[in-house]
Design a protein. Structure first.
Length: 364
């Protein structure tokens, strides 16, 4: 073989090796940290046309460094609706390990100054705590007691819950938001929370014999890029009933004017109405209206009515509201002076709906 042919063959082999090497680099993704990568070279040559013994280089070795990369995502597709006075309300997030080593993650629920999903922040929930989806069923239960993520594998994802109580005083459209912050921590010790990584080794010279840290994470809702942590925002929004009660009175008739411009004189019939209005967005259940019979008057038996009539339960008291089991009995004038109060329980009052309770008395 001529020298030129040998040169051409060498160039073909070298080009093929380079292409193969580039293809290998392009396909390799997230090689585990601490993996040793070894490389040797061989040298072939001729002297006076005679091939000489092959020369083998030393082995060059380095350890793959630890790429710290994670993602926190809000799982809830919209802000979570909650009712005032409720307990253990849940926000759901996921944490994904996009790095090249199993890692622990320290978790924090940060009060947000800005509302989730474009809402306006107005209050803080009570006692927010963070729990890991220990059993992997994607639903918060009492069995989810882990407070940090332990040994999350390369490419693995796990759900995390922020759990808080909602104060009773909150009103419709109030919003409380939380940024779940996950900070990468040392792995390799199952069952024990590793120390968090605070800085990477960007300012340190490369050491092929040491596994160094490279922060490769992006910026979250409450953290910066390449800081070894990531965050995402979620929130609660109050949706509740908002009830008002307005009581009105009118003189229905009197013994002299009857129904024509009647006056509130002894013997006159006076009607009372309580109008309940729900200006909230959700239904109020078991709405109880208690109305006392005023002094110097007597309850007119049979005068009570409700709107709606269906689903309303009426009861009476003869002891100032201590019990509600009394059955009115009409006297000669149609009244029962023993009735001290009436109670109406409406099964429900829907949002933007009303209910009425009406009854009449005779002025003594």
């Amino acid at each position: 073989m001529s020298i030129r042919s040998k040169k051409n063959l060498f160039m073909i082999m070298l080009t093929g090796a380079l292409v193969l090497g580039l293809s290998t680099v392009a396909l390799a993704q997230n090689t585990p940290a601490n993996t040793p990568i070894n490389n040797t070279a061989t040298l072939d040559y001729f002297v006076g046309g005679t091939q000489q013994a092959q020369v083998t280089s030393n082995t060059a070795t380095f350890l793959v460094d630890n790429k710290i990369d994670l993602m926190v995502t809000t799982v809830d597709g919209a802000i979570v609706s909650v009712v005032p006075g409720t307990f253990a309300q849940v926000l759901t997030y996921s944490v994904t390990n996009n790095g090249n080593s199993a890692q622990d993650y320290v978790l924090s629920a940060l009060n947000s100054a800005t509302g989730a999903f474009g809402e306006t922040e107005t209050f803080d929930a009570t006692g927010p705590a963070v729990f890991v989806d220990t059993n992997g069923d994607n639903v918060y239960t009492a069995a989810d007691t882990d407070l940090y993520i332990d040994e999350l594998g390369i490419g693995a994802t796990i759900n995390v819950f922020v759990v808080a109580d909602i104060p009773l005083a909150q009103v419709n459209d109030d919003v409380a938001s939380y940024d779940l912050l996950a900070q990468t921590a040392m792995g390799s010790s199952p069952g024990a929370q590793g120390a968090p990584f605070l800085t990477d080794d960007a300012a340190v010279a490369d050491d092929p014999t040491v596994v160094q840290l490279v922060f490769a994470d992006g910026a979250g809702t409450a953290d910066a890029a390449r800081d070894g942590q990531f965050s995402s925002k979620d929130g609660y929004k109050i949706v509740t009933a908002n009830l008002t009660a307005v009581k009105t009175t009118n003189v229905i008739s009197d013994p002299f004017n009857l129904a024509l411009n009647p006056k509130a004189i002894p013997g006159a019939t006076v009607g009372y109405q309580v109008l309940v209005t729900n200006t909230g967005t959700v239904t109020a259940d078991n709405v109880e209206v208690i109305d006392s019979v005023p002094t110097n008057s007597s309850f007119l038996v049979g005068s009570i009515s409700t709107v709606p009539a269906a689903g309303a339960v009426v009861s009476y008291s003869n002891d100032g509201g201590t019990t509600w089991t009394y059955g009115p009995v009409a006297g000669a004038n149609g009244t029962d002076p023993a009735v001290t109060g009436v109670r109406v329980v409406f099964a429900s009052v829907a949002g933007a709906a009303t209910a009425q309770e009406n009854f009449s008395v005779l002025i003594d």
